[in-house]
Design a binder for this molecule. Structure first.
Ligand code: ADP
Length: 371
């Protein structure tokens, strides 16, 4: 369908309809759509969805990506800033035309926008953003507190002697008699190698720098199963067994896969620790995934440790709360921030006869379809 055809078709609809490419370029809009974007009813529209919404670029890109790769409509709440005051709309996006059938060379999506009946006030938007950034910071702290902190410490320690080696080599070079070319060559080599090692350290530091959250459409069962490989060695070491009970149907979610795996691994490690503390010899840790209802999927990690007293079940999520001698007490609070920033919940299941079970939920990306 061409933009002109789209306009003729969309004209009679009272709600804003937008024809958008997978990169976010707005190719056409009906009259209500133009009003929403704050542009005259002209052609072509030199706008992208990123320009006319107050969302961060990544959020819009993730939404468009999910729309293109899903077989059902995907919803997102967008803040349109072309009108004053800005309005929140619930946008439902669906792939309309595949690449081969369009003259513009990109897949096109239909965005249907309906007024959001519960527009958040500016405070709650700011609060949501603050939570998001806090989560990013917590994730960063979490990463640093494990391997990164160690690496940063080592990098710092090594950098100083390396700088000293390079400086001594340069000073030695200056003190040499001009005729002693052999020693000069050796000192140059020392200097060069010290500089090279310094660059390696710089790269290592770069790796530890904060990484932006990147969300994509993933299949939750697969994501959870992949964590088994990462925790298998730990399990074997303690003669524990991980039992996977994944849902039969696919569970599509739009998430940052690394963050969600971080949450699962954290729950698994806590389960192992609990079984070790309880002196269990060959414990079994069960990971279950299931579709809760039309909107949410759940991941549950159950162990055979001592369990969690009800009085503690809320405290666990407080930063730096730990009962372990070597614990940091950040794992669960970081995990909860990650899950909440994805629109889900992380909690402790009601007290069990044996062991503990922690679960988290995530909103499903689709009503049906494969990933
Ligand atoms: P850390 O593992 O560094 O202590 P966490 O935030 O991951 O930090 O966990 C906080 C506390 O929650 C743990 O010290 C432990 O007391 C409790 N906890 C977490 N998971 C379990 C579990 N599966 N069984 C029993 N206690 C748990």
């Amino acid at each position: 369908m061409l933009p002109n055809q789209f306009r003729r078709f969309a004209h009679c609809f009272p709600e804003p309809l937008l024809l958008v490419s997978e990169q976010g370029q707005v190719h056409a809009a009906n009259a209500a759509g133009c009003t929403l974007l704050g542009v005259a009813d002209s052609h072509p529209l030199a706008l992208t969805l990123h320009d006319c919404t107050g969302e961060e670029q990544n959020a819009v890109a993730r939404f468009l990506h999910a729309c293109v790769h899903s077989t059902a409509a995907v919803q997102a709440r967008l803040c349109f800033t072309g009108v004053k005051p800005a309005v929140y709309m619930l946008c439902e996006g669906q792939l309309l035309i595949d690449q081969e059938q369009t003259p513009v060379g990109q897949r096109l999506l239909l965005l249907r926008c309906v007024a959001d009946h519960k527009p958040p006030d500016s405070n709650s938007v700011a609060a949501a953003q603050a939570v998001y950034h806090q989560c990013e910071r917590l994730v960063h702290v979490g990463r640093l507190s494990t391997m990164g902190e160690l690496a940063a410490g080592i990098a710092h320690e090594i950098n100083q002697p390396l700088t000293a080696i390079a400086a001594y080599a340069q000073a030695g070079r200056r003190l040499l008699a001009p005729t002693d070319t052999d020693t000069a060559e050796l000192l140059d080599k020392i200097n060069h190698q010290a500089q090279r090692a310094g660059q390696v350290i710089q790269r290592l530091r770069g790796m530890i720098r904060r990484r932006d959250s990147h969300r994509e459409l993933c299949e939750l069962n697969r994501l959870v199963q992949d964590t088994q490989v990462l925790t298998e060695a730990d399990a074997r070491l303690h003669r524990f067994h991980i039992r996977m009970r994944v849902a039969e149907q696919p569970l599509p979610v739009v998430v940052d896969p690394i963050q969600i795996q971080q949450v699962v691994i954290n729950l698994i490690r806590n389960g192992f620790d609990a079984m070790l503390e309880a002196g269990i010899d060959t414990g079994v840790l069960t990971i279950t995934t299931q579709r809760l209802d039309d909107d949410y999927a759940e991941v549950r990690v159950s162990d055979q440790g001592r369990g969690i007293p009800e009085s503690l079940s809320n405290q666990l999520f407080t930063p730096f709360f730990t009962t372990k001698p070597q614990g940091i007490g950040l794992g669960l609070s970081i995990s909860r921030s990650i899950v909440v920033s994805h629109g889900g919940r992380l909690g402790v299941a009601p007290k069990l006869d044996q062991g503990a079970a922690l679960y988290f939920t995530l909103p499903l990306a689709l009503d049906n379809g494969d990933v």
